[in-house]
Design a protein around this ligand. Structure first.
Ligand code: 5GP
Length: 190
């Protein structure tokens, strides 16, 4: 990375972010979730499906904490339009590459806000004959969930209704590589 980009990242982090969960706190929580999943899925044929792009960091860490044979797959869906709220119209940009019939699926999301994206995704996956489908979400914003009730089976942290970034989550396409999760004070200066 050039000096200018390093400076930009440092400046953004120092001036525009308030740490919500440190890398250490996330690591501890992800290890707990992985252990719980390993316990619950001991005799199952587990497929972990990550919802791109936001879940990639969480998924990479989570699967290494699940001490079981498992398969991974990815889907990409459109959710937020122009950085505003979800419409519930989910377009599949990239589908999973393998059938899930008879498998035990965990869908891994970065954050559940209104729940509309995940709700629709579960409807789509629900028609594909999986033995079970559960949700693992790193973050849950329970407050704005006005439309859809979702059961998040494995939740990292419940957070306030604020815009967050880091550990896979972006603002204007950037800062997914921050190792911690921070609240963005002003998304317009990302
Ligand atoms: P939902 O359909 O649940 O309202 O939207 C979920 C998607 O919106 C997430 O997968 C994520 O891409 C985006 N999103 C919701 N809240 C935040 C947030 O606080 N920060 C970031 N970076 N993305 C968010």
């Amino acid at each position: 990375m050039s000096a200018t980009l390093v400076q930009k990242m440092t400046e953004f982090t120092n001036t525009n972010l308030e740490t919500l969960y440190s890398a250490e706190q996330i690591k501890t929580r992800v290890a707990e979730l992985g252990k719980q999943i390993a316990f619950d899925y001991a005799d199952k044929d587990l497929v972990v499906i990550g919802v791109l792009k936001g879940s990639c960091v969480f998924l990479a860490d989570l699967i290494r904490q699940i001490d079981l044979p498992l398969a991974i797959d990815f889907m990409a869906v459109s959710s937020y339009k122009d950085g505003t709220k979800s419409t519930g119209d989910v377009e599949i940009l990239k589908d999973a590459s393998q059938p899930i019939r008879g498998k035990d699926v965990i869908v891994v999301e970065d954050i559940v806000d209104t729940g509309l994206t995940l709700f629709r995704l579960l409807e789509i996956l629900g028609s594909r004959g999986a033995s079970s489908i559960k949700i693992a979400a790193l973050l849950d914003k329970p407050e704005p969930r006005i439309k859809k009730e979702l059961k998040i089976d494995y939740c990292g942290f419940q957070i306030p209704n604020k815009f967050v970034v880091g550990y896979g989550l972006d603002v204007a396409g950037r800062y997914r590589n921050l190792p911690f999760i921070g609240v963005v004070k002003n998304p317009h200066i990302a």
